[in-house]
Structure formats: structure tokens, C-alpha cells
Design a binder for this molecule. Structure first.
Ligand SMILES: *Cc1c(COP(=O)(O)O)cnc(C)c1O
Length: 373
């Protein structure tokens, strides 16, 4: 049998080691080191935003975004049910109320019409989350937000390097957030970033990340923050990663194209959409959805692929079906058929940046075998 092919393997093929050695040689390993500023500035520039504030991870970035916009008890935040727990957790921890919407069956992203139906006088923000490879259709959502004077938090963790009508994802929110977990297009091991164009918000974000220490009276606090700082070691890796972003994006799209070709004649499978009017898929992950007439679900398909040496990951489990939120009495009576279906019938196959052509062929052959064509 072939060597097991993991669902994700990061690529650390640039100046990572060189910059890490610089940290060690100079003794700059904490968040005070020079790579942190450099990473923040170059990342913000790449996404066309004025201010970048690095943080410990993408979940922390969302906590900070919510706190920076002073969202709390009595406020509602609209977000997709089909996303990672971090999004809803940030809203719930702040004492605000998460209000969910379903996703589009083709792009797996939230849509403006469903958002608009959920707006109330208490809606303070829309948390836009781009899912898996195609951006959310932003223009109609920006219009709704302007009309109702609602803030936008844009979670672009999965869209580093992706564009919407040519403009970088992460450049649309009042605040946008990113993750640098090893399956993202830029990784620092663990890490994240908060971007904004608003200087006052940027100051608040910096303060919230750094325990709300004050410049004049350091250990006197007017507000509670977090220690969510990124270290110079992590930022050093980030700077090296960012130098190779264009190549990484090309590789991601190449991986997607290979799978599109190799899996084109399989019946019983819906694949990631290749493109929309506003973007070409960036294939953060390569998702597959079993057709209804396939006699088993994603869990079973993943077991069968594992037996053939192929790593997979299930799709997100919808927020309205999370035991932790049910226990809190949230989302009672919510029904979101598209998310419920793709959560049960969807999964993704190995599509990390270190994958090679042989491995892609092995994965595709295994998928064909499992689906019996
Ligand atoms: C990865 C991810 C996060 C969380 O990032 P971490 O760095 O793992 O905390 C948040 N939102 C989305 C959409 C993600 O894909």
C-alpha cells in the first residue's frame, strides 16, 4: 500500500529557517521582535488595508473583532451556521446573540437575501465568513449593511490571496480577520491577523491584544483584554511564507484543477465549483459532496478512504446543531436544510500545499474506487 496521504501537509520551502535563525542569533523571540511589525505591515499591504495587528490565532482574531466593535449583551450578530465554532463562540462569549443563516447549495457561502431577512433593530454586525475556496458574494451584503448601518466583520481565514471582483478578500470588512494555522495559505504554525482601515479601531485592537496595558500607567487597566500576541518566531515564519504567497496560490489552483480533471467522470459526487462571476476557486480545501442516491454518508466514505491510505476531513458541523449551543438554549427550532445536508454528505480530500502529483493521482484513484466507477 502507498504511504498514508494526510489531508494537509504544510509547505515550508522558503526563508523560514533563515529568518528563524535570525531570531535566535539576535535573541529576539518575543512579540517585541522586528519580524512582528514587518509581518503586520506586509500582510496589511498585501490585503490592501492600512493597519495589521497580529494575534495568537484566527479564533483570537474574532474575539478581538467583536470586542473592538463593542458588541455585547443585547446585540445580535448575523453569521453562517456552516462555519467553524470560533465564529459563533466569539459572539456568545461576548454575551451577544448569534443569529444564523443557511448557505448557498453551490458555493456553500452565506447570501445577502438570507441575511436581510434576519435583520432586526438589534443587529449590530454581520460576520461574513468565506468558505472553502470561493468568496461570499460581497456587494449585495455591503449594500444591506450600509442601508441598515451595520458593521461587517470579514473572516477571510480561508481566503488568503483570494479576490472578489479583483479586490483582495479581507479588504471588505470594517474589521477583517485571518488565521495562519498550518492548513491556511500562509502559516505561522499558530497565528492570526486583524486588519482595518480605521486608525481608532486599530488602536483598540492593539490594546485588546495586549491586556489593555496603558502607555502612561502600564499596570492600570480601564478595560479587560487578552494576551493574544504573536511571537517574533512565528512572525519570522510568516514573513517567509508571505514571500511565497503567489506561488502557493498557483499551487492551490493547480491542485484543484488536477482533481477537477481526474474526478470529472465520477457520478454520485458534487465537487467544488470552479468559478463564479466574481472569483475563480482558490481551493483552500477540495470539497466533495455525495449525491443523495449514494447509499452511505460522508462518515462512511471517509472510513473507506482511510482504509485505502487517504486522509480526509468532514465538512463543518452546523452551529445550530452543536450540543454546546443547544445546552445554552440557542438556535431552538432553527432549520437550515443546505448546511444540514452538506455537513452529512460532504468531506474534503488531501489538498495541502506540500502534496505532489503522484499523491493527487493516488487520492483520485481511491475516490473512484470507493465510489465504484
Ligand atoms: C481556521 C479558521 C478559523 C480559526 O483559526 P485558528 O487559527 O485555528 O483559531 C476561523 N475562521 C475560519 C473561517 C477558519 O477557517
Amino acid at each position: 500500500m502507498n504511504k498514508f496521504i494526510p489531508v494537509n501537509e504544510p509547505l515550508l520551502a522558503g526563508n523560514e529557517k533563515k529568518y528563524l535563525n535570525e531570531c535566535i542569533d539576535t535573541g529576539w523571540i518575543s512579540s517585541e521582535g522586528p519580524f512582528v511589525k514587518q509581518f503586520e505591515e506586509s500582510f496589511a499591504q498585501r490585503v490592501d488595508r492600512k493597519y495589521g495587528v497580529s494575534v495568537a490565532n484566527g479564533s483570537a482574531a474574532l474575539d478581538i473583532a467583536i470586542a473592538a466593535l463593542e458588541i455585547g449583551a443585547g446585540d445580535e450578530v448575523i453569521l453562517p451556521t456552516f462555519t467553524i465554532i470560533s465564529c459563533a463562540a466569539a459572539v456568545v462569549r461576548a454575551g451577544a446573540t448569534p443569529v444564523l443563516v443557511d448557505c448557498d447549495a453551490m458555493t456553500w457561502n452565506m447570501t445577502a437575501s438570507q441575511i436581510e431577512a434576519k435583520i432586526t433593530p438589534r443587529t449590530k454586525a454581520i460576520m461574513v465568513v468565506h468558505i472553502y475556496g470561493l468568496p461570499v458574494d460581497m456587494n449585495p451584503i455591503l449594500k444591506v449593511a450600509r442601508k441598515h448601518n451595520i458593521k461587517i466583520i470579514e473572516d477571510a481565514a480561508e481566503m488568503i490571496g483570494q479576490t472578489y471582483y479583483g479586490q483582495p478578500c479581507g479588504s471588505f470588512g470594517d474589521i477583517s480577520t485571518f488565521s495562519f494555522y498550518p492548513n491556511k495559505h500562509v502559516t505561522t504554525g499558530e497565528g492570526g491577523m486583524v486588519l482595518t482601515n480605521d486608525s481608532l479601531l486599530a488602536e483598540r485592537i492593539q490594546s485588546l491584544r495586549n491586556l489593555c496595558f496603558q502607555a502612561k500607567k502600564r499596570f492600570v487597566h480601564e478595560e479587560l483584554g487578552w494576551n493574544y500576541r504573536l511571537s517574533n518566531l512565528q512572525a519570522a515564519i510568516g514573513v517567509a511564507q508571505l514571500e511565497r504567497l503567489e506561488e502557493n496560490i498557483k499551487k492551490k489552483r493547480w491542485i484543484g484543477e488536477q482533481y477537477n480533471k481526474l474526478l470529472s467522470d465520477i457520478v454520485g459526487l458534487a465537487k467544488s465549483v470552479v468559478a463564479t462571476d466574481y472569483a475563480d476557486n482558490i481551493y483552500w480545501v477540495y470539497g466533495l459532496i455525495l449525491a443523495d442516491d449514494v447509499g452511505y454518508d460522508a462518515d462512511e466514505a471517509m472510513i473507506r478512504l482511510r482504509e485505502l491510505g487517504i486522509g480526509t476531513r468532514p465538512f463543518f458541523w452546523p452551529m445550530h446543531e452543536q450540543p454546546v449551543f443547544k445546552k445554552l438554549g440557542l438556535f431552538e427550532g432553527d432549520v437550515f436544510p443546505v448546511s444540514e445536508r452538506i455537513a452529512r454528505r460532504g468531506f474534503y480530500i488531501p489538498s495541502g500545499l506540500a502534496i505532489n502529483e503522484d499523491q493527487i493521482c493516488t487520492v483520485a484513484a481511491a475516490v473512484k474506487k470507493v465510489l465504484g466507477t
